[in-house]
Design a protein around this ligand. Sequence first.
Ligand SMILES: NC(=O)C1=CN([C@@H]2O[C@H](COP(=O)(O)OP(=O)(O)OC[C@H]3O[C@@H](n4cnc5c(N)ncnc54)[C@H](OP(=O)(O)O)[C@@H]3O)[C@@H](O)[C@H]2O)C=CC1
Ligand SMILES: O=C[C@H](O)[C@@H](O)[C@@H](O)[C@H](O)C(=O)O
Length: 294
Amino acid sequence: MSATSKTYTLNTGAKIPALGLGTWQSGPNEVEKAVEIALRKGYRHIDTALAYGNEAEVGRGIKNSGVPREEIWLTTKLDNPWHKRVSEGIDSSLKSLGVDYVDLYLMHWPSSTDPDDLKKHYPDWNFVKTWEEMQKIPSSKARNIGVSNFGIKNLEILLNDPTCKAIPAVNQIELHPNNPSPKLVAYNSSKGIHSTGYSCLGSTGSPLYKDPTLLSMAEAKGKTPQQVLLAWGLQKGWSVIPKSVNKERIEKNFELDGWDLTDEEVKKLDGLKDRFKVCGDAWLPVKVFFGDDE
Ligand SMILES: NC(=O)C1=CN([C@@H]2O[C@H](COP(=O)(O)OP(=O)(O)OC[C@H]3O[C@@H](n4cnc5c(N)ncnc54)[C@H](OP(=O)(O)O)[C@@H]3O)[C@@H](O)[C@H]2O)C=CC1
Ligand SMILES: O=C[C@H](O)[C@@H](O)[C@@H](O)[C@H](O)C(=O)O
C-alpha cells in the first residue's frame, strides 16, 4: 500500500489525499509547527475549522513549510453559528488562513445555531438553506463543498430537497473500529459521497489503545496501534486525518507505505464489539444522530 501517495477521486473529479493531518484541539503555539512538520514529512492534506480557532496558525504553518499552496489539500469548515452568514464565513476563513481558496469547505454540523444563544436553533433556518447558500460559493474560493456529521436521515432530507443541486463531495464523520458506522458509509458511497474518518485513532485518551486485539495485531506486525488504525481506515476506503502535535508521532503516522493489513486482519478489526463515540450531539441545540448509521 502506498498510503502517502493514495488519493480518492470525489464526485467533482477532484482528488483528495487519503492521509491528512487533523488539528482539532491542537493548541496555540503548537499547531503552526505541527503543520510545518507534517508538510515537510510529505503530508499533503490539512484539516482545520473555524471552530478550532487555529486557522491563522495553520496558514502560517503552510507558508513556513515552503510547500507550494497548489500541492496541498486544505479543508476548513463553516461553524454552526455562521449558517446564516455563509459568504462571510468562507471569507473569514480564507482571510485567517491567508489563502485565496480552500480545497474543501464543509458544513461542520447540521445545526443552524443562533449566535446570540448557542443553546438555540434558528426557528426560521435549517441545514438545507445553509447548503443552498454554500452552493453559491464561487469555486475560486472553495473548490469543493461538503458536509460533516450528517447521518442518513439528514442526508435524505438534504438530497431530496429540490434546492440541492450539488451532491456533497464529502461527508466527514467519526470512524474508528469502535464506531464503524457501516450503514452510513455504505449510504455515502451509494450517493457518490466520499467518507472522511475523523477521530480515526479514537481521539485524545483513546480507549482503543487498550484493545487487546489491536495491540497484539500491532505487535505482531511491528507497527504502532495508531499505524494499524490508520491502515484499517484506508483499506476500508475512507480518508483519515489523524491529529498530532508531536513531531515523532506526526512522522510515525505517515509511515504506512510498503505494508498492508491482510483481509483477515481488517475483518478482525471490523469485528471489535466495544462502542464509543467521541463527538455526540448533546452539546447542540438539535439532535443530529438518530442511530441510523450502525
Ligand atoms: N468534523 C468534525 O466534527 C470533527 C473533525 N475532526 C477532525 O479529525 C481530526 C482527528 O480527530 P481527533 O478527534 O483529533 O483525534 P485522533 O483520533 O486523530 O487522535 C488524536 C489524539 O491521538 C494522539 N496521537 C496521535 N498520533 C499518535 C500516536 N502515533 N501515538 C500516540 N498518540 C497519538 C494525539 O496526541 P498528540 O497530539 O499529543 O500526539 C491526540 O491526543 C481532528 O483533529 C479534526 O481535524 C475531529 C473531530 C470532529
Ligand atoms: O471538529 C470537532 C468537533 O466537531 C467539535 O468541535 C465538537 O464536537 C464540539 O465542539 C465538541 O467539543 O464536542
